[in-house]
Design a protein. Structure first.
Length: 753
């Protein structure tokens, strides 16, 4: 009997041990049961049998690149809720779309299943695809220069062209075709938005999911609209170039993801009103349909000053106030007809010596440093007389606009030896700072045929790839091409916003603690994870780390609402773990909280009096909520060498965000802070460690006018500030003292909405 009892007890202990240690990954069985061919060879749908779908957090697929490729794997992560919302989940079965496969190839696809308790498991499948009959030649370019090393911030780009019913196309930087449109329409107006491709066809707007599903978003026939040229990102939605019954290529409309019209700009009405107000007769310049007097081909929204920059191929670039439509400035060739009218000439920016005006330009956009980027075709006007200057070559050009002095300075171009003439169409876009994709879509007089060339340039100005395609008829293969990021796509999409903050600084006694402040703005609570790291920093070469950090969180009234010493003691530590944020050292701090809208302050102290370097971090683990992190800041001691204030922030996951970054010192004294940093300097670095922007005194920055307009001018002229338009990614702001000055400083990041 005793022996029997011992055995029973032993079995019970084994079961209890299993229950204590087993994860959801251990307890869930997932089997790949089949595969369904997609709408094109680039898409496949896997069927999975899942024993318990309720514990799944997400499923990720990643496609191995071909041997010799230097591209990052194309990858997508589906939140479980997203799969349910799209009708892909019928427990115990899940349908998993896989897109971006190579055609005519045996693809290796790796699957990662993530569970709500933070555990994961992986799987692998081989998907053999059929060959795609490519009518546009994207899959077989003439390789002028192949990509031999990964030297660009992007690995994929979308090519907009109307050469077939499979428009648009997605190509990787190796030159391999990875996706084509599934709408059946051969049209050029397209954009990658909200993790889908929007395509305009006549008066209709369609949405193509990457999994191949196509839906009609809206039909605008009832309001007499037809779409043309391009679709560009807007303030909250997308902006389309439109024709109406009375206006030809001179109307823009912004619509949201559901196609609802948010805003309309009629350039004929706007320019006519300005000309009449200035004493000129608009009938001498503005014409009704079907006259092509304006020829709008692109727009760019600038969040820093809430403006819309409209490209008129016939005339100029014209900047409008987004809300009122009032003209703010005009940049163009002064030998064209528009400059003959005093009412328009008064808006003209002066070109700095040595700067060329844009002529017949396409693809206006805002770069990371708030400069204006266009593809300058060099082709004069077709309709307006006099037609202005005509050049024999085309080039991308970037302009720095000083709106205080009203001077435009050409600060960059890529003239390619003035050897390529692309009189119509074409584009240039910047991805991460100084990473470019250039589209010479219609190169005339090259072996008596029209060709297109797509060129990738890195920050050093080196050509990383150069692919050539036959482009007949003209502009049909590559009217416009733009970088996109498919290496880590998340469903549902996370919009452009500052998500995370991490600041490293010296923690000592008294007021010399590390203080992180942030604001939750919006209507709903937001779940965040806060961390305070010390010991684990030594593994990254940081000297004199804080041995045992303690983290405290206060609300706007100064009341303590949470504190943590060792992270495993937090009652919500499972949320920390499920997001992969558990600190490496048990003595480090972390807490997960759901916070109502308001202002909060996190303070990092040492458990003992020994000073040391610590890191305070804030993570938004609920980015899809109806609340955002409005601004995030950190205060700490700024010393010399390693004892500087290092603030990191993340813009994610897709798109670009416009932020204002500030370094504050002298004005902290007004809040009772002693020993302030008398003259802070600010430098911004990208994820590769390259310095992309710097500032000492904020008023010296050319974009200081935008900082002031947004109510973010530092109180003291010795303090620093930058306004930056940054793509998704990780960035670092470093605050130092000018001339090795020391003291307490504040680093701040504001997202402009």
């Amino acid at each position: 009997m005793k022996t029997c009892s011992t055995i029973i007890i032993g079995v019970v202990l084994m079961v209890l041990t299993h229950l204590a240690n087993a994860s959801q990954a251990d307890d869930t069985t997932i089997t790949i049961t089949g595969r369904i061919a997609g709408a094109t060879p680039f898409i496949s749908k896997l069927t999975l049998h899942v024993s318990n779908t309720a514990v799944l957090k997400s499923i990720q697929f990643a496609i191995d690149p071909k041997p010799g490729s230097v591209c990052r794997p194309l990858s997508g992560s589906y939140a479980n809720d997203y799969l349910v919302s799209r009708g892909f989940e019928h427990p115990p079965e899940i349908i998993l779309p896989v897109y971006g496969l190579y055609d005519g190839y045996r693809n290796i696809v790796r699957l990662t299943y993530r569970f709500k308790d933070g555990s994961l498991k992986q799987d692998l499948i081989t998907i053999t695809t059929a060959t795609f009959d490519d009518p546009c030649g994207y899959n077989n370019p003439t390789i002028v220069q192949s990509q031999t090393r990964r030297a660009l911030s992007y690995d994929y780009f979308m090519v907009k062209g109307g050469c077939s019913q499979f428009a648009p196309a997605i190509v990787d930087t190796d030159g391999a075709l990875r996706w084509v449109g599934t709408s059946g329409f051969a049209n050029t107006p397209a954009i990658f938005f909200d993790n889908a491709v929007y395509l305009a066809h006549g008066p209709q707007l369609y949405r193509m999911e990457l999994d191949g599903n196509v839906t009609l978003v809206r039909d605008y026939s009832s309001i007499g609209i037809q779409f043309h040229h391009n679709i560009d990102p807007g303030k909250t939605g997308i902006i389309l170039d439109a024709d109406t019954t009375f206006s030809y290529e001179s109307v823009n409309i912004e619509v949201d993801a559901s196609g609802r019209v948010l805003k309309t700009w009629n350039l004929a009405n706007i320019i006519s009103a300005a000309m009449r107000a200035g004493g000129d007769d608009p009938s001498r310049f503005v014409y009704g349909a079907p006259n092509d007097w304006f020829h709008n081909n692109s727009v760019a929204y600038n969040r820093a000053d809430n403006s819309l920059i409209v490209s008129s191929r016939e005339n100029f670039l014209i900047c409008l106030d987004y809300d009122t439509g009032a003209i703010k400035w005009i940049l163009g060739d002064p030998t064209k007809r528009w400059y003959q009218f005093p009412s328009l000439r008064r808006f003209a920016l002066t070109l700095a010596p040595g700067s060329l005006p844009p002529i017949g330009q396409h693809a206006a956009s805002i770069t990371y440093d708030q400069n204006l980027l266009v593809f300058d075709n060099g082709q004069n006007s077709n309709f307006q007389q006099p037609p202005g200057e005509d050049r024999s070559y085309s080039s991308p050009r970037k302009y720095e606009l000083d709106l205080t002095t009203r001077i435009a300075t050409e600060v960059w171009n890529a003239e390619m030896g003035q050897s390529l003439n692309c009189p119509f169409c074409g584009s240039v876009y910047e991805d991460a700072p100084l990473n470019y994709l250039i589209d010479f879509t219609r190169i005339d007089s090259v072996h008596t045929q029209r060709l297109a060339q797509l060129i990738g340039l890195n920050p050093a100005g080196q050509t990383i790839f150069r692919y050539q395609y036959a482009s007949v008829p003209a502009c049909s293969v590559a009217f416009n091409s733009i970088p996109i990021h498919l290496e880590s796509t998340k469903f549902p999409a996370v919009g452009p916003q500052a998500l995370n903050l991490s600041t490293r600084g010296l923690v000592s006694a008294g007021d010399n603690v590390l203080i992180g402040g942030f604001i939750v703005s919006g209507a709903d609570p937001k779940t965040v994870v806060l961390r305070a790291l010390g010991p684990s920093l030594s593994g990254f070469g940081v000297p004199n780390v804080l041995r045992d950090p303690v983290l405290s969180l206060y609300n706007s009234s100064g009341a303590l609402i949470a504190t943590n010493d060792d992270w495993q003691g937090d009652p919500n530590h499972f949320i920390v773990q499920s997001n992969g944020l558990e600190p490496a050292n048990l003595s480090e701090s972390a807490m997960a909280l759901s916070l109502a809208p308001g202002a909060y302050t996190a303070i990092v102290r040492g458990k003992d009096a020994t000073p040391g370097i610590a890191l305070v971090e804030l993570y938004d683990v609920q980015p899809l909520s109806n609340s955002t992190l409005g601004n995030i800041s950190t205060r700490g001691s700024v010393g010399t060498q390693d004892n500087i204030l290092i603030s990191g922030f993340t813009v994610g996951d897709v798109g670009s965000a416009t932020v204002v970054v500030r370094a504050i010192g002298p004005s902290l004294a007004a809040y009772g802070v002693s020993g302030v940093l008398s003259d802070p300097t600010l430098t911004i670095y990208d994820s590769s460690g390259a310095a992309i922007a710097s500032n000492d005194n904020w008023q010296d920055n050319v974009n200081s006018i935008d900082i002031a307009k947004n109510g973010l001018a530092p109180p003291n002229p010795l303090e620093s500030a930058l306004v930056l338009h940054l793509p998704a990614g990780a960035y670092t702001a470093i605050v130092r003292g000018a001339n090795d000055g020391t003291g307490v400083g504040l680093a701040e990041v504001y997202t402009l909405h």
